[in-house]
Design a protein around this ligand. Structure first.
Ligand code: ADP
Ligand code: MG
Length: 152
């Protein structure tokens, strides 16, 4: 599925809609260049999960945990993985845990990802423009159903 947003508010709104549908152990991979809107989309996901705190980029902390919503949100950014290993971070425990994992820059831990996930690619349509294209790619039945619900 592909959709287009005209500004950050619309991207947040789609994130919120998806956030309403999420359940524990869901895994979302967010792809896109710096400034594409991955963290902005996550802000919407958080709202949909009932998290009222603002989402800060986990660039240096790698993982930020939000426990105050309907279910926990584990927001990850693997860009600066560098010295830590996926094992040290406890990635597999998060994947099998009590909350939703949303991961930016998942290509840095590609070998450690489960087989099923929803990948969301965010691309700028024109420089200096606020238009973005969101492309949803579902791996596995759970995520196909999730995307089908999102379209409704
Ligand atoms: P990333 O996490 O991908 O590096 P951010 O979400 O931190 O990107 O930043 C995206 C920036 O682009 C924000 O300042 C946001 O307000 C702006 N922006 C402009 N238009 C859009 C849009 N359509 N969707 C998402 N963000 C947008
Ligand atoms: Mg970000």
């Amino acid at each position: 599925m592909q959709l287009r947003t005209e500004n950050a508010t619309q991207t947040v709104a789609w994130g919120k809609k998806l956030g309403h549908l999420l359940q524990a152990q869901d895994l979302l991979l967010l792809d896109g260049d710096l400034g594409a809107g991955k963290t902005t989309f996550t802000q919407g996901l958080a709202q949909g999960l009932g998290i009222t705190r603002p989402i800060k980029s986990p660039t240096f902390t790698l993982i930020r945990e939000y426990q105050m919503g309907r279910i926990p949100l584990y927001h990850m950014d693997m860009y600066r993985l560098e010295d830590s290993s996926p094992e040290e971070l406890g990635l597999s425990e998060y994947f099998a845990g009590d909350g939703v994992v949303v991961m930016e820059w998942s290509q840095f831990v590609a070998d450690f990802l489960p087989a099923q996930y929803l990948r969301i690619q965010i691309t700028r349509l024109a420089q200096a423009d606020e238009q973005r294209q969101l492309t949803f790619q579902a791996q596995g039945q759970r995520y196909q159903e999730l995307v089908a619900s999102l379209r409704k």
